[in-house]
Design a protein around this ligand. Structure first.
Ligand SMILES: Nc1ncnc2c1ncn2[C@@H]1O[C@H](COP(=O)(O)OP(=O)(O)OP(=O)(O)O)[C@@H](O)[C@H]1O
Ligand SMILES: [Mg+2]
Length: 431
């Protein structure tokens, strides 16, 4: 094992909640100001208005390790990566990082919107301390990987979300930083790009570089990581071999019910989406979901601008990331038009939930019926299906992913006469 390249000690990060966020839009701020008189602040204490996104986190990473970081939404994963990338300062403790770092985070990939793709590649290289010649030697590979040849001299603010992310990933991965930090890159892009990302991260790790990777995709975490850190409520819950940590994480569900998932801070799969914002996702309003019984999926979203032909979709995946069910509103209802500023709740009623008991990863999206993405959150949260009143114990044990209501018939049929053991076969009888 190599030397220690990252040392984190008693790291804590406190956020004030309700503080004005620089990323807020004007509309949010006006709404905030308008609502202020109706909120009682008088009895609020310091504890109620702050949140420890990280608390008492200590660990070391050695050169060449590929550290997968997992945990539920809001566990503190992105905050940890931001502290390590020096985008946010810790409130307590410290993080020592030895070596050049390239990070791909939900904010601040370091791209300048007004500069072209080409200019941003060179700027990023310069930030990593590379010489122009060294960057030029990597340039063709980066552009080819990102598939942005035609747009390389266009300002990146005109890029589609997919193009932007492909280039950002290529820059981070190909400019050969000593430490590569990636937050949920697999949330973005098509399957082909995800596969290539995985391949590239694997290749980076094989050259002995250190990789820190956050993902909700357990298959990717298991394949890539040499070690997994499971974060919970800002702290560390488990640290160890992927084969030990991932099943524990995937297996723990709460029988108390579902999370009502706040989507307002979740990582978006594109920076250019914005006319529609997903806000909340819930199953059975937070109550338990049972196999074979009625289930309700509820998605709340806000239209910042008018949008037409809107379709809401919820994708249910196994913890390994395999999609097994899509609940789309164009299946059962016509696409809708939404007015600017409207907040909508879309509710899907499933009469008979045929999904096997277990834990599932959920994606959430608002699209136009022609497929154009308006907002997309991959790995928005998890859903746990509990056994229902009619679920047989054998089924829970022997499983399968899907169990519809079945109608079985059992009928006794006349036993067919058995040929005697020494009788000649029919062929021999003909001869
Ligand atoms: N700028 C901020 N201001 C206030 N609270 C914040 C800020 N950034 C994060 N938080 C809060 O800190 C906690 C940890 O957030 P973080 O983004 O690190 O979670 P995460 O593990 O990356 O979750 P996800 O899986 O949804 O990406 C959350 O409760 C979040 O709401
Ligand atoms: Mg995050």
């Amino acid at each position: 094992m190599g030397d220690v390249v990252i040392r984190v000690e008693k790291l804590g990060k406190k956020f004030r909640i309700g503080a004005i966020d620089k990323n807020q839009t004007l509309r949010d701020r006006i709404a905030e100001a308008a609502m202020a008189p109706f909120r009682s602040r008088s009895h609020r204490t310091e504890e109620e208005t702050t949140i420890w996104a990280l608390r008492d986190v200590s660990f070391e990473v050695r050169r060449g390790e590929v550290l997968g970081i997992i945990g539920r939404n809001g566990a503190g994963k992105s905050t940890l990566l931001k502290v390590l990338s020096r985008i946010t300062r810790p409130t307590t403790g410290f993080a020592e990082v030895h070596g050049t770092v390239a990070s791909l985070l939900e904010v601040g990939t370091g791209f300048h919107p007004e500069l072209t793709g080409r200019e941003n590649v060179f700027l990023s290289g310069a930030v990593l301390g590379m010489r122009r010649r060294e960057i030029a030697a990597k340039f063709a590979e980066i552009v080819a990987f990102a598939e942005v040849e035609r747009f390389i001299d266009t300002p990146v603010k005109r890029y589609s979300s997919g193009m932007y992310l492909r280039l950002a990933f290529a820059v981070a991965a190909f400019l050969e930083p000593q430490i590569l930090i990636v937050d949920e890159v697999l949330a973005v892009g098509d399957l082909d790009f995800q596969k290539r990302c995985l391949g590239k991260m694997d290749a980076v790790a094989r050259t002995g570089r250190t990789v820190l990777l956050v993902s909700h995709n357990m298959a990717a975490i298991r394949t890539l990581s040499s070690r997994v850190l499971w974060m919970e409520s800002g702290g560390m819950r488990m640290d160890g071999e992927p084969s030990a940590v991932v099943p524990d994480y995937a297996g723990q569900g709460s029988s108390k019910g579902q999370e009502v998932i706040d989507l307002t801070r979740a990582l978006r799969s594109g920076r250019r989406m914005g006319s529609v914002r997903l806000k909340v996702l819930s199953f059975n309003g937070g109550k338990p979901v049972h196999h074979g019984e009625r289930a309700t999926v509820e998605v709340t979203f806000e239209a910042r601008d008018e949008a037409r032909d809107v379709v809401v979709g919820v994708g249910i995946n196994t913890v390994e990331g395999v999609r097994i069910l899509s609940i789309d509103s164009d299946n059962g209802s016509a696409p809708v038009r939404v007015k600017a500023g409207a907040v909508l709740v879309a509710r899907a009623h499933i009469e008979h939930l045929d999904l096997a008991p277990g834990r599932y990863l959920v994606d959430c999206a608002v699209r136009r019926s022609d497929g154009a993405m308006l907002d997309l959150i991959v790995g928005a949260g998890t859903m746990t299906v509990e056994p229902g009143s009619g679920t047989s114990p054998l089924f829970v044990r022997y499983g399968g992913g899907w169990r519809p209501a079945l109608i079985w018939e059992l009928e006794e049929v006349p036993a067919s006469p058995r040929p005697a053991a020494n009788a000649p076969s029919s062929q021999e009888a003909v001869r």
